[in-house]
Ligand binder design. Sequence first.
Ligand code: CMP
Length: 140
Amino acid sequence: MTERTLAIIKPDAVGRHLVGAIIQRYEEAGLIPLGMKLMRLTKAQAEGFYYVHKQRPFFDSLCSFMSSGPIVVLALAGENAIQRHRDLMGATDPAKAAEGTLRKAFGTHIEHNAVHGSDSPESAQYELGYFFSALEWPQR
Ligand code: CMP
């Protein structure tokens, strides 16, 4: 089934000039960008995006980090895109991520883990809607 998922290239990866390398990996994996923008979140916007983690001890630090510099947000489309994108990213903690995954290659810390991806159809719907309006989708 063709799905859409939300990807974020986080401030650590943007700051290390890894945007092109990461987008190349998406395209090579058949995860095709449908929408893409470079932006910087306010802390409140980061808190809104990560609201499901609001009770977690790392929430404040995560939201400070995610608003500390520019990010690139992408809507990716492809067959079984949500799970395949998660497989491409690897484990949340780069130290535990498998060889060949984005977080193994580009992450440096469980918080500075280079990329984010939606973890379910429900979160993809929320996260895509958080960054893209219906009017912005190109026809493919
Ligand atoms: P992400 O996929 O963006 O979803 C939530 C983020 O919280 C996660 O990646 C990590 O960057 C961060 N995170 C998850 N667990 C921890 C943790 N134990 N300590 C610090 N940050 C975490």
